[in-house]
Write a protein that binds this ligand. Structure first.
Ligand SMILES: [Zn+2]
Ligand SMILES: [Zn+2]
Length: 283
């Protein structure tokens, strides 16, 4: 599992070599540097027992359930404050809204566990109620709170010792945390075998080569893909049935050593093209 320092190195290369991605790469370098320096002090822990991974998967259950989330409030507020400062310095979001969120966190009685459980369950209601209560924009709140959740999940995944192949897991959602696939890849060493990569914890599991991970469509006539620009290793896999897409890296073609969440950041041009084609990103 790529550590944050590896991601930072890849972003530094991109900032140097690709002018159009320099600004966004710099922003994520700041975010990942802060996460790297925070180590285990994120303020979110999971009491799930990773030695039960295979056993739970065989029963069709994901390893981490929302009830497993544990909050260390002081660490969490400190972490989120650091992320808010990083975003404010980059000028990527409104300073006023960010400072309002920073003021709210330590002074109000916030049910952080409910917020993170809602993000894991893709239940937008809790975030929308929180945002409305403090007059904040809900996409900004969700964006900020996703960073500690993802970082804590990634730290958790790193320590899973029950390294099963998830051979019995055929679902399109993550066997660790239940989130949707964010990216996919085709293996260079297993004849193009397909893997999905979790949008929250970065765990990777095998999945059918010809199936839409969002609606389950398996009719090849309704599945298509396209590449764009100079890099044929990253493509958009689309589905005519649900009009959703997933970005896929073909490791046989190239770029296999770059962490997929970094590939995601550095291929926004493909998201723009997909959107022009009337496709929506599956998440
Ligand atoms: Zn996951
Ligand atoms: Zn579909």
């Amino acid at each position: 599992m790529p550590r944050f320092s590896e991601k930072i190195d890849c972003l530094k290369d991109a900032a140097k070599n690709r002018a159009e991605y320099a600004e966004i790469a710099q922003f994520f370098i700041s975010v990942y540097s802060f996460v790297e320096n925070s180590g285990e002090n994120i303020g979110i822990k999971f009491k799930a027992d990773s030695s039960k991974f295979s056993e739970k998967n065989r029963e069709g259950l994901v390893l981490i359930e929302p009830a497993d989330i544990e909050i260390e409030k002081d660490n969490l507020i400190k972490f989120v404050d650091g992320i808010i400062k990083t975003c404010a310095e980059s000028g990527k979001a409104g300073i006023d809204e960010l400072s309002k969120l920073s003021d709210v966190l330590p002074t109000q009685d916030i049910d952080f566990k409910a917020i993170f459980a809602a993000i894991l369950k893709r239940d937008r209601k809790v975030i929308e109620e929180f945002s409305a209560k403090y007059e904040l924009s809900s996409p900004l709140v969700e964006y900020i709170f996703e960073i500690p959740l993802k970082a804590a999940l990634e730290n958790f995944v790193d320590k899973i010792t029950d390294n099963q192949e998830t051979a019995e897991w055929h679902n399109s959602f993550c066997p660790v945390c239940g989130s949707r696939a964010g990216m996919s890849e085709l293996s260079a060493t297993e004849d193009g075998k397909r893997y999905l990569v979790c949008s929250s914890c970065n765990y990777k599991w095998s999945f059918k080569r010809l199936q839409c991970p969002y609606c389950g469509n398996e009719e090849s006539a309704n599945l298509f893909y396209f590449t764009a620009g100079e890099d044929p290793s990253i493509r958009v896999d689309g589905c005519k049935k649900c009009s959703r897409y997933i970005k896929t890296r073909d490791n046989r073609v190239g770029n296999a050593d770059i962490p997929l969440d970094i590939v995601d950041i550095l291929t926004i041009h493909l998201d723009l093209l997909a959107s022009k084609e009337g496709l929506e990103r599956g998440k």
